[in-house]
Design a protein around this ligand. Structure first.
Ligand SMILES: [Zn+2]
Length: 571
């Protein structure tokens, strides 16, 4: 490709709204443009990256027996009503009506369509197992689209679905996908963890996420270096260090104008780990009338993971309004506590014993010497957010918490969708049984963004060899110099014959601009044809990652690149 004839609109300045490195660099390198919040145009270089990722995904899906299909973006409401997700999923789903006032939605995932298709087409155990996949556009009405292509409202996804006769078959299909996903991410040059995760709205009996460590990630994972335990903090279990408990008797202490745990601890000269944080929520089961208040307790030095409480209660939660708190506890939000209250109390496991400071349910006062079990009763469960340094729940080692980008998720759905949608088959004895399903998703754009997050420097992107938009950046410094131009043109014809994809920067631009752009778009190898050609009869082959230069005569360029390419494609 000749740059002079391409749409590669690089930018010198960072886009104003961009925070994540990948967002800044993908816009500046001319890979994407934002049409509206969370809706992106992929420009030619961005499209080439996605195409390469898709090709790797297709190869690995086909290798495990996947069959590619295409399912529609537009779905009738009925199948979603049958699965129960028409009401269970809230405003994240784009819904619309057709001209006859029939309800439709835009697909954010395709379990319902697969279950419908399998119900129609699979008759007997002889038709199983099956693996169906697609690489298709999904629509999701994100509340806060951000971080460039990491969190968007329209996105490409490879989603696959497995159909099996029994649980053992599902386990085999699940493991095959897990292995295939590892190969995909290895080939894309990503660092990643496979972690236990919460299946959330997908339902089913087990799930894992593939997480690419990056400060731009919206998830956190807890990792144990000793035993290999790895889980999303949404469900990770850690054992906090136990504080030294003092021999407090129970007393009411004045705490005027004190609202937060930090303020209470400072005033009473107490370790925050010896205080109880009391949080009032209003719980409500979706689709049902009525709601009820609950009091959640975590240790003062920790925070509540709301999702853990949501899972425990099987209900949606919202923080209680200050006036609801006052009506229930007779005190303001910063002064409530568990002693003498009538609402159901859910406390983090580490509060089972010990002695603490807690709100007194009286403005301006706290209770010192509160003993769980004696002064209040509660249901104990794992509710706190795991922090780095906590003990591993599996082996007692030390947990580290790291930020990460979710690049894939795999789910054992079991019969969650086949039962409501009537997706049955006849077994060997002629008996009708539900099909066991699995669901597996990868976001190609997230792979691209994660690669940029993990592989860049101050000057721009450093593409892994396998997903670079082109492999070779051919840069004649002065296109008006006939010797440079001729040599560059000769290499431009020669390199594709050796199997390389070449971007020729044939623009009549200042050298500084061309070098800056080369670093910014980050192709793995740059071949510079400049004054060294006239002076010493050589061109420069530069490795984008190491910035190491090799000077070779033009006739040796292909051999030198072959050598380097072998190293890069193995890395
Ligand atoms: Zn461990």
């Amino acid at each position: 490709m000749r740059w002079s004839q391409s749409l590669i609109p690089t930018l010198r300045e960072d886009p104003a709204e961009a925070e994540a490195v990948s967002h800044r660099l993908m816009v500046r390198a001319g890979l994407v443009r934002q049409l509206a919040a969370g809706i992106y145009v992929y420009l030619p270089l961005g499209q080439r990256v996605i195409d390469k990722i898709d090709a790797i995904i297709r190869e690995e899906m086909n290798r495990i027996g996947g069959q590619e299909i295409t399912m529609p973006v537009l779905h009738p409401a009925e199948i979603w009503q049958q699965s129960g997700r028409w009401t269970a999923i809230g405003e994240e789903m784009f819904r619309l009506k057709d001209r006859n006032q029939r309800n439709l939605c835009l697909g954010m995932t395709h379990e319902e369509v697969v279950a419908w298709l399998a119900a129609k087409e699979i008759r007997s155990y002889r038709d199983l197992p099956q693996i169906w996949y697609q690489i298709q556009t999904k629509e999701r009405d994100e509340a806060r689209p951000r971080s460039g292509v990491l969190r968007t409202r329209e996105f490409l996804m490879k989603d696959s679905y497995t159909l099996d006769a029994d649980e053992a078959g599902l386990a085999r299909a699940y493991n095959a996908h897990r292995d295939a996903y590892c190969r995909i991410f290895d080939r894309c040059g990503l660092r990643y963890y496979v972690v236990e995760s919460d299946p959330g709205m997908m339902g089913g009996s087990g799930s894992h996420e593939f997480m690419a460590p990056s400060p731009a990630g919206e998830d956190e994972v807890a990792l144990c270096a000793r035993c290999g335990y790895a889980a999303n903090v949404e469900l990770a279990r850690g054992i906090p260090l136990r504080p030294e408990f003092p021999a407090w008797g129970r007393e009411m202490v004045p705490t005027p104008n004190v609202r937060t745990i930090a303020e209470v601890s400072a005033l009473l000269k107490t370790d925050p780990a010896l205080t109880i944080k009391s949080l009032c929520y209003v719980a409500r089961v979706p689709g049902e009338a009525g709601s009820w208040p609950v009091l959640a307790l975590v240790r003062g030095d920790q925070s509540l993971h709301e999702k853990k409480l949501v899972r425990l209660l099987g209900a949606d939660l919202r923080a209680a309004h200050p006036e609801e708190v006052r009506a229930q506890f007779g005190a303001s939000v910063g002064s409530i506590g568990p002693v003498g209250v009538k609402v159901p109390i859910f406390a983090d496991e580490c509060l089972r014993d010990g002695v603490y400071v807690a709100g007194a349910n009286r403005d301006g006062f706290h209770l010192k010497g509160v003993r769980p079990g004696e002064d209040f009763t509660a249901s104990f469960a794992d509710l706190h957010v795991v922090q780095s340094g906590e003990g591993c729940g599996e082996c007692g080692g030390t947990l580290a918490v790291e930020r990460a980008i979710e690049i894939a998720g795999i789910f054992k759905l079991g019969t969650r969708y086949s039962v409501p949608l009537g997706t049955m088959f006849l077994d060997e004895t002629g008996q009708e049984r539900p099909i066991w399903m699995g669901s597996y998703g990868i976001g190609p754009a997230r792979i691209a963004a994660a690669a940029v997050e993990q592989s860049h420097d101050a000057d721009g992107i450093i593409w892994p060899w396998s997903i670079a938009p082109y492999q070779i950046h051919l840069l004649p410094v002065n296109t008006k110099d006939p010797v440079q131009a001729e040599t560059a043109e000769a290499l431009y014809s020669e390199l594709p014959n050796a199997g390389y994809e070449v971007l020729l920067d044939d623009r009549d631009e200042r050298p500084g601009v061309k070098f800056k752009d080369a670093d910014l778009i980050g192709l793995p190898i740059r071949v510079t044809v400049g004054t060294a050609l006239v002076k010493d009869g050589v061109v420069e082959i530069r490795d984008r990652r190491t910035r190491e230069d090799r000077r070779v005569p033009p006739q040796d360029v292909v051999a030198a690149i072959q050598e380097r390419a072998q190293e890069l494609s193995r890395a």
